[in-house]
Design a protein around this ligand. Structure first.
Ligand SMILES: [Zn+2]
Ligand SMILES: [Zn+2]
Length: 384
């Protein structure tokens, strides 16, 4: 068939394997070429769907997404049990490591690093930890929350100067420094796609998050008896286990994805908007949290605010990634492969003709198993 949108010859299918456009007249809403109702990394979802795993773990297929989701829920249940039992120190430690450890497992699972695991993991997660240690120690020199309040997350008693430091200066310093490890990855030329940059940035941000939490809570961890009354810790634990790592990972993922786009010679409104969204989201998250704690707002509202900011970041990442994938997957050669999303045997170039998944966002093992085929694909077996 000839694609309605790019006019290239492509095997029959619901989606053009070259440009990813939806073919024919569709009852589904929206523009068939940009197909925002079919997110390129996970075609079962709309682009504007604030999901954690299909956004920050873009290489995972259907089944693996469920495994990670369950592991995450199990981890949160573990934090809750420790909290109820009054083992707050242990609950803080599990919270700090939950999302970063899941991400480490994901990097192995998807083999995003291809042949260089030590180098890539060292420069992303490891580099993030180092930056986290340096930046957090520096922050404690310029601002020590323990002078003001017994709990490092409560801003009780802070004035306008403290709000400016915690809500503006520190977020900007962090966002300027967190992308550095991924930026200096020595073999970055082997990872040209924006989806790689996104994953490296998220990994660096999560490495940073671990170091930040452990140093930020070091005094608490050392001074707290092993067993205390649970009290109000549940709100801080929710921030530590979910919203803080999501913010740190997403913001840096968005910024490093933009750096990758810039390397490809693309720096338009969508990319610059990504940097602005990352910075504003971090400022909104930090400043909002400090101000609300200062005015002793119901802690549930603080969590809702943090969740909203994270949701906006996730949707922007999907938007940037969707259009990057539509553009970048278009240059892959024809090959025989199995689609990790719909599990069909396909002869395809950049996109699965059946479900529209971008084949540049597949796990390393699937990518290596592609069997190259000559250009004009023979009549295809994938359409039933
Ligand atoms: Zn096309
Ligand atoms: Zn498919």
């Amino acid at each position: 068939m000839r694609c309605d949108h790019c006019a290239q010859e492509a095997p029959d299918g619901v989606f053009c394997t070259r440009c990813g456009a939806h073919q024919g007249t569709t009852k589904e809403s929206g523009d068939a070429k940009s197909r925002e109702h079919r997110y390129a990394a996970h075609p079962g979802e709309h682009v504007a769907h604030p999901a954690i795993f299909t956004t920050l773990f873009p290489h995972l297929g259907h089944n693996k997404i469920h495994e990670f989701r369950w592991a995450f829920i199990a981890g949160l249940a573990g934090v809750l049990i420790l909290y109820v039992a009054g083992l707050i120190t242990a609950a803080i430690l599990v919270s700090a490591f939950l999302v970063p450890v899941l991400y480490l497992i994901y990097l192995y699972e998807a083999q995003v690093y291809r042949d260089e695991p030590a180098l890539v993991l060292g420069f992303t997660i490891g580099g993030g930890v180092v930056v986290g240690i340096v930046v957090t120690l520096f922050e404690r020199l310029i601002y020590n929350p323990f002078q003001y309040a017994p709990n490092p997350l409560t801003g009780a008693g802070v004035g306008i100067g403290a709000v400016l430091i915690l809500g503006l200066v520190i977020p900007l310093i962090q966002e300027a420094l967190k992308p550095i490890p991924a930026f200096f990855l020595p073999n970055r030329a082997d990872f040209p796609e924006t989806v790689d940059g996104l994953v490296f940035g998220v990994a660096a941000g999560l490495g940073f998050s671990v170091a930040e939490t452990l140093i930020g809570f070091s005094t608490t961890l050392a001074s707290l008896p092993a067993h205390v009354a649970p009290g109000n810790w549940i709100f801080d634990l929710a921030t530590l286990a979910v919203f803080q790592p999501l913010l740190q990972g997403s913001a840096t993922g968005l910024i490093v994805a933009t750096i990758w786009r810039f390397r490809r010679g693309r720096l338009a409104g969508r990319e610059l908007g990504g940097v602005a969204v990352a910075l504003l989201a971090h400022i909104a998250f930090a400043a909002g949290t400090v101000v609300m704690k200062n005015s002793s707002t119901n802690p549930l509202f603080i969590l809702i605010w943090q969740a909203t900011v994270d949701g906006v970041l996730l949707i922007y990442i999907r938007y940037l990634l969707h259009y990057s994938l539509l553009e970048e997957a278009a240059h892959m050669g024809f090959a025989e492969t199995v689609c990790p999303n719909c599990h069909m045997h396909i002869v395809a170039s950049g996109f699965c003709p059946n479900c529209g998944m971008a084949l540049s966002a597949v796990p390393g093992a699937v990518r290596r198993s592609r069997k190259p085929r000559a250009e004009p694909a023979a009549p295809v077996s994938n359409v039933k």
